[in-house]
Structure formats: structure tokens, C-alpha cells
Design a protein around this ligand. Structure first.
Ligand code: MNH
Length: 461
């Protein structure tokens, strides 16, 4: 593709921008290039071009569903090597996308959230019991433990499976394996595009990924087999039951066994690593902004007085409006899905001025848009009250998209928000957060963003 868009300096034939790219933190690096390269620029990794869109008006226009749709390529294309046409990685035109979307939609309704609430409370209490014990001997490893919480939660509410994540102090082996697989897929665009050479150079990594994938599949196959042989006592409306026993209301088709396996892997991953990242960043931001933590606690203690043992009911979560703003603001500064891929449905002009071609791979760079000066004089400041309705109204629409956009936006949004608000509220009710004084936030990209080696002291209140 020839392009007149700006591109990074020192571009080389064949390699493109490989030497100036940063495979370990690709989207953070792209966001860092915005001041130099502008609101829309081109990058090239080997022979693949990607148009990077970070101008707020261009980003909003890229979300116009009449002219643009989800692009399946790059890391999502590589994810298809593992989970094929499961919900997240399917082309919108593939029959299994709408089939699975229709079959699974009931599991994300408001009444479904009400059903999940008690399990979410129980699982958060397990985290707190675990932290009560461990925090006495020093700071806790935040992301390892938020991952235990969210994996345990999605395992139970989606699939009736108990990962028993809190029985060991090690990271959950399933989380480690599946994160390894997806992290590898996320980096795959930077793999040497010569197959035999790539396999020679990376043979140990590849062997590890294959072992991780085999383990992931064996756990998932076990979960499915257990439900098939013992459906008695299990809910008839969780994710697994819907997939095993219900057909697409449009067309009457069921999902195949292989597709169900891929959906389970997808949901265990999408359902846990996103919410754990959100909680980890939120806890870091709260620990380093005690004024915000105090305001949140005041709200929480107005519902559940200090010193009591809270028994949150479903409706409480919607009363925690400040805690919700903390989550919204966390996902603004650290959108754990730092961008989403789009493509023009036909040749068009982006923002009325940049010609783009049907199918051209583009990324809507949420990470940069969420920090644009349009947010105010200090866009990097952590200020949950940006999400007060009266302040939100003063901003242009279409610039806050942590859950993606349109038809292919996140199906788990309500679940993730309910779980995040609930967990943060119970954690803040229980503990004062003590940041590690020497800690400088470092953010890893393994498909999603997550803080590296974040530790916090927890002092029971
Ligand atoms: Mn989720 C799609 C962000 C939690 C399951 N999710 C997306 C997309 C974003 C996203 C962005 C769109 C990706 C794209 O356009 O390519 N998701 C999040 C964030 C959180 C999150 C920021 C938590 C915070 N997601 C969850 C949870 C689940 C889930 C929890 C499941 C229980 N997400 C999905 C699935 C898709 C998706 C499935 C794909 C939906 C589709 O394409 O139809």
C-alpha cells in the first residue's frame, strides 16, 4: 500500500518500522509517537501496514458503524490460531459470530447480573480472607491476587467450575497458562515472518506456548465433560448451559463441540484478565491518591458502616456512584484494552479529509484519545469527578470507549463493572492501602495492559 500519511522515522525496506517499534509495549509506544506523528499515521511491521488513529474527531468518526466495522487481523488474527471463530475473534460475517452472540446474550442481561451477584460477593470475601492472612507478613502481589479473584468468579458464574485459586499462594496455573498463550499471540505480529527461522530462534518459547495451550485445553475439556456427565444441580442458564443446551433463536442451529471449547477459552480469558487489570490499576491509583480513596470510603461507609461486616445487596452497587467514577476514571487513564481494530466497509474519507480504502487495517488508539487535551488542562491527573454527568456533558461525544464500539463492543461490560465496583468497595471498606514508596508504575502489554510487580501494603481498618 502506498500512503501519504506520516510514518515513523528510519523506515526500512522489507522490515518497515520494526527497528523503531517496541514489541514489549506496542500501544504505549504508538501513543508516545502521537505528538511527533500526529492524529493519524501509518506504521509498517514487515509487510503489514496499520493506520493509527488518535485524533479525537477521527477516532469518533472511526466508530461510525455505517462506514466502519471491526477488523480481524494482527493479534486478533493470531488469536484465531487458538480459538478460531469464537466470539471475540470471529469475523462479523461468520455464521458463528451471530449464532454465539444470540445464544449467549441472555447470560449478560440485567437479571443474569442479579443471579451472579451473590457469587461475586462470596468470591470477593474469599479474596479478603486470603488477604487478611497474607497482608500480615508484608505487601501483597496485587495483580496475581486480583487475577485469582476474577478467574475464580468467571469460572463459577460462567461454567460452574471452581478454580480453587485461593488455596495456593502461587499464581493460578490456568491463569498463567492462558495468559502466556494470549501474550504470545499478542506479540506474534513481530515474529520473524520466515517460518523456519522463527521456529529456530524461538523454539523454547514456542514449546512453552504449546505446553500452555495443551494445559488450557485439558482444563477446559474437563469443565465441559464434567457438565455433560453431571448436569444435575448446575444452573440451566449459565454460559455453559446456554451453549450446551440452547439453539440460536434465529435459524435454530446449535454451536459445535469444538466451537464451545473455543468459547470457553475465550470467556475464561476475556472474563478474567480484563477485570483483574482494571482492579489492579484502580488499587494502584487509589493507593497513590489517598484523597480519592477517602471520598470513596465515605460513600462506602454510608452504605455499610465502618467496623461492620458488609452484606452487599445487588442494588447497593448502583448506589456506589463515586466508586463507579473511580472505575470509569481508571479505565480512562489505563484502558486495559488500549485500542481496537477497525476497517472501512468501503472506500471513504475519515473525518471528511483522509481517504481510506475498504478493508484497510486501522487501530482506534483509545490509550491516546483517553489522554487527549480535550479532557481538560491536566489530562493525566486522576480525577474521578470528570465523570460527573454535568462535566461529562461538556466534552465531545465518542471519545471514551474502554469497551470498544458498536456491534462488536464488549458483551461483558455490565458484568465487569458490577464486579469491579463491588470488589473495590469491599476492599476499601476493609483495608487502608499503603503504596510501596519506591514503586514506579510499569505497564506490561500481554494482549491487555497490566501493572508489573505492583505490591501494596494492606492495613486492616
Ligand atoms: Mn470485553 C470485547 C474491553 C471485560 C468478554 N471487550 C471487548 C472489546 C473491548 C473489551 C475493548 C472490543 C474488542 C474489539 O473491538 O476487538 N472487556 C473489556 C474491558 C473489560 C472487559 C475493558 C473489563 C473492564 N469482556 C469482559 C468480560 C467478559 C468480556 C468480563 C466476559 C465475561 N469482551 C468479551 C467478549 C468480547 C469482548 C466475548 C467480544 C464480543 C464480540 O465481538 O461480539
Amino acid at each position: 500500500m502506498t500512503t501519504t500519511l506520516p510514518h515513523p522515522p528510519h523506515r526500512l525496506p522489507v522490515l518497515g518500522d520494526v527497528l523503531t517499534a517496541d514489541p514489549a509495549r506496542p500501544t504505549q509506544h504508538l501513543a508516545e509517537q502521537v505528538p511527533e506523528l500526529g492524529p493519524i499515521f501509518d506504521t509498517q511491521i514487515f509487510r503489514h501496514h496499520l493506520t493509527v488513529v488518535s485524533g479525537t474527531d477521527l477516532y469518533a468518526d472511526l466508530c461510525d458503524e455505517k462506514r466502519f466495522g471491526k477488523h480481524v487481523g494482527f493479534s486478533i488474527g493470531f488469536a484465531r490460531e487458538v480459538v478460531a471463530d469464537a466470539l471475540f475473534s470471529a469475523y462479523t460475517t461468520e455464521p458463528n459470530w451471530s449464532r454465539a452472540h444470540n445464544i449467549l446474550q441472555p447470560a449478560f442481561s440485567l437479571s443474569a447480573m442479579k443471579n451472579y451477584h451473590a457469587t461475586m460477593v462470596d468470591t470477593t470475601r474469599e479474596l479478603i480472607a486470603y488477604w487478611d492472612e497474607r497482608a500480615r507478613s508484608g505487601p501483597v502481589d496485587v495483580h496475581t491476587d486480583t487475577s485469582k479473584l476474577t478467574l475464580q468468579t468467571i469460572g463459577r458464574i460462567g461454567f460452574g467450575h471452581d478454580f480453587r485459586s485461593f488455596e495456593s499462594s502461587e499464581p493460578d496455573p490456568y491463569a498463567t497458562a492462558v495468559t502466556g498463550v494470549f501474550a504470545y499471540m499478542g506479540r506474534s505480529g513481530y515474529r520473524i515472518p520466515v517460518h523456519w527461522l522463527d521456529h529456530l530462534v524461538h523454539r523454547r518459547t514456542i514449546a512453552q506456548v504449546e505446553a500452555d495451550l495443551a494445559y488450557t485445553r485439558s482444563v477446559v475439556d474437563d469443565v465441559i465433560r464434567t457438565r455433560r456427565t453431571h448436569p444435575e444441580g448446575a444452573p440451566d442458564d449459565d454460559l455453559l448451559a446456554l451453549m450446551l443446551t440452547t439453539a440460536d433463536p434465529e435459524g435454530g442451529r446449535f454451536l459445535s463441540d469444538e466451537n464451545i471449547r473455543n468459547q470457553v477459552i475465550t470467556f475464561l480469558n476475556a472474563g478474567h484478565e480484563t477485570t483483574s487489570g482494571t482492579l489492579s490499576f484502580a488499587l494502584h491509583l487509589l493507593a497513590t491518591h489517598p484523597d480519592v480513596a477517602d471520598l470513596a470510603r465515605a460513600e462506602i461507609e454510608s452504605l455499610w458502616p465502618a467496623g461492620t461486616d458488609p452484606d452487599p445487596v445487588f442494588a447497593d452497587i448502583h448506589k456506589l456512584k463515586y466508586v463507579r467514577r473511580v472505575v470509569d476514571e481508571t479505565l480512562r487513564l489505563w484502558p486495559i484494552a488500549p485500542g481496537f481494530l477497525r476497517e472501512p466497509l468501503r472506500d471513504t474519507l475519515l473525518g471528511g479529509r483522509y481517504p481510506v480504502r475498504a478493508g484497510q487495517p486501522m487501530v482506534a488508539l483509545t490509550l491516546a484519545v483517553h489522554r487527549d487535551p480535550v479532557w481538560g488542562p491536566d489530562p493525566l491527573a486522576f480525577d474521578p469527578d470528570r465523570f460527573l454527568p454535568e462535566r461529562a456533558r461538556t466534552r465531545p461525544p465518542g471519545i471514551y470507549k474502554p469497551f470498544g464500539t458498536g456491534l462488536r463492543q464488549c458483551i461483558g461490560r455490565q458484568l465487569a463493572l458490577h464486579e469491579s465496583v463491588l470488589a473495590l468497595a469491599l476492599i476499601l471498606h476493609r483495608y487502608d492501602l499503603e503504596p510501596d514508596p519506591g514503586y514506579e508504575l510499569e505497564v506490561a502489554e500481554e494482549f491487555t495492559l497490566k501493572p508489573v510487580n505492583l505490591r501494596l501494603g494492606l492495613r486492616r481498618r
